[in-house]
Design a binder for this molecule. Structure first.
Ligand SMILES: [Zn+2]
Length: 155
């Protein structure tokens, strides 16, 4: 039997990452969330930036979701979903472990390694989601020092 495969519901996937970002915000941290899915839409793991909460600059949304996924045989058929374009650190993670698809909530407030990932042949789906854009814009406007620390801008 053959049938056209249904495209995964990217908006529904992003909603999980967005919920994670909101949890981070409620905890007093940065509103950046991520989730990892199989191609069929099954949720593997989710997480959010917890740098402030844990005083650990290595816990970004993507790395939190990645660690929560545990050991995977392969990442080729997993999809990384994140509310904000991945920074260099998380872009490196995506490349290192062989993810082939990244869904980005938005890249207007921060574009990170988005173009570099594209150059690596990784599929980038940028949803330019208004809720994600507003969430990050508001956070940057009200917490500029925290944001600059997150992206490694110290001065
Ligand atoms: Zn990152």
């Amino acid at each position: 039997m053959t049938s056209a495969s249904t495209a995964p519901d990217y908006a529904a996937m992003l909603r999980i990452a967005y919920d994670e970002a909101q949890i981070g915000l409620a905890e007093g941290g940065l509103p950046i969330g991520a989730a990892i899915f199989r191609r069929n839409g099954t949720l593997v793991s989710r997480g959010h930036n917890r740098r402030v909460q844990q005083s650990d600059p290595s816990i970004h949304g993507e790395t939190d979701a990645f660690r929560n996924a545990g050991r995977q045989k392969s990442y080729r058929d997993l999809i990384m979903v994140t509310t904000l374009a991945p920074c260099w650190y998380c872009s490196g993670l995506v490349k290192q472990f062989g993810f082939r698809t990244v869904i980005i909530g938005e890249s207007q407030n921060f574009s990170g390694g988005e173009n570099w990932l594209r150059e690596q042949g990784i599929e980038i789906i940028d949803l330019a989601d208004p809720m994600c854009i507003t969430m990050m814009r508001n956070f940057i406007a009200t917490h500029p020092a925290l944001w600059n620390e997150d992206i490694g801008v110290n001065e």
